[in-house]
Design a protein around this ligand. Structure first.
Ligand code: GEK
Length: 241
C-alpha cells in the first residue's frame, strides 16, 4: 500500500482536490487514515448485503473508487441472478478498480463504469451504496439523485449512504471537527498535511447536516431510515423502501 504524502510538502497554492492518478495510487492508505470507521463501514456493507439481498436484482456502488464496497457486496451475495454495477467518474479510479476486482474470483458479474453517478440509471435494485460520494456532488443535485435511487429500488430494497456531516450546533461541530483532526494526527498526518488537505477540499466537498440527509431521505419516500454508524463527524445511514 502506497503511503499518502500528497500534502506533506508546503505548496505555494493548494489546488482543488481531484481524484487523479496521484490520489488513486495512495487511496487505500488515504481513506483508512482519514475516515474514522472506514473498515467497519465496509465490513458492515457486506453484512447488510447478505441481509438485504434479493434474487434477480442489481446492486449499485455509486462513487466506487477502487471498489472496496463493491467487493464487500460481491463477497456476500448468494442470491441467484445478481449483477453489480460500480460507477465512478475518475478514470484513474475506474482503471484500478477493474484491475483490483479481477484479483478476486467470483461468480457475480460486475460492470465497472466510467460515468457521472448523476447520469447512471438505477433499475431493479436490491441495494444501492453511496459511500462518501454524495458530498462531492453540487448540493442542488443531491435530492434528485436520492429520488432516482428510491424509484430504482425494488420494494424492501435499501440505500446505504455514508457521509461526512456538519452539525448545526456550532459547539458540537467544532468538537467533532477537532476530534477528527486528532484522529488524523494519531494516524501520522502532520498539521501541514491536515491544513493543506482542508484547503484542497474546501470548494470540492460540501457536507450537509444530518437533518438535511434525514429530510431528503424522507422526502424521497423511504418508509424507514436509521443512522447505524457515527464516529465524530462521519456517519452511515440505512434507508429502506
Ligand atoms: C469507497 N466509495 O472506498 N460521479 C461519479 N463518481 C464521482 C462523482 C460523480 N459525480 N463525484 C465524485 N465521484 C468509495 C470511496 S471517494 C470518497 C468514495 C473520498 C467519485 C470520486 O472520483 C471518488 O472516487 C469517489 O467519488 C469519492 O467506499 O475520497 O472521501
Amino acid at each position: 500500500m502506497h503511503k499518502d504524502d500528497i500534502f506533506a510538502e508546503p505548496l505555494t497554492q493548494v489546488p482543488d482536490f481531484c481524484f487523479d492518478d496521484q490520489v488513486a495510487e495512495v487511496f487505500p492508505d488515504m481513506i483508512q487514515r482519514s475516515v474514522p470507521g472506514y473498515q467497519t463501514i465496509i465490513q458492515t456493507i457486506g453484512k447488510l448485503t447478505s441481509r438485504y439481498q434479493q434474487p434477480d436484482s442489481t446492486y449499485y456502488d455509486l462513487g466506487c473508487s477502487l471498489g472496496a464496497a463493491t467487493l464487500a457486496m460481491r463477497r456476500n451475495i448468494s442470491a441467484a441472478n445478481s449483477t453489480l454495477v460500480a460507477v465512478d467518474n475518475s478514470k484513474a479510479m475506474v482503471e484500478r478498480c477493474e484491475r483490483h476486482l479481477q484479483v478476486f474470483r467470483s461468480d457475480v458479474p460486475v460492470q465497472v463504469k466510467l460515468a457521472d453517478i448523476r447520469q447512471q440509471p438505477i433499475e431493479n435494485a436490491a441495494i444501492v451504496v453511496i459511500n462518501f460520494t454524495l458530498q462531492f456532488l453540487p448540493q442542488a443535485d443531491r435530492s434528485a439523485l436520492i429520488q432516482r435511487i428510491y424509484q430504482g429500488l425494488k420494494p424492501g430494497g435499501v440505500l446505504i449512504l455514508s457521509e461526512k456531516f456538519i452539525s448545526a450546533d456550532h459547539t458540537a461541530n467544532e468538537l467533532l471537527i477537532d476530534l477528527h483532526y486528532e484522529f488524523k494526527r494519531a494516524n501520522g498526518y502532520s498539521e501541514l498535511e491536515i491544513s493543506q488537505k482542508r484547503s484542497a477540499l474546501e470548494n470540492v466537498m460540501k457536507p450537509d447536516t444530518l437533518q438535511q440527509h434525514q429530510q431528503r431521505l424522507q422526502q424521497a419516500g423511504f418508509s424507514s431510515q436509521t443512522l447505524w454508524f457515527q464516529c465524530f463527524n462521519f456517519c452511515s445511514m440505512l434507508a429502506i423502501k
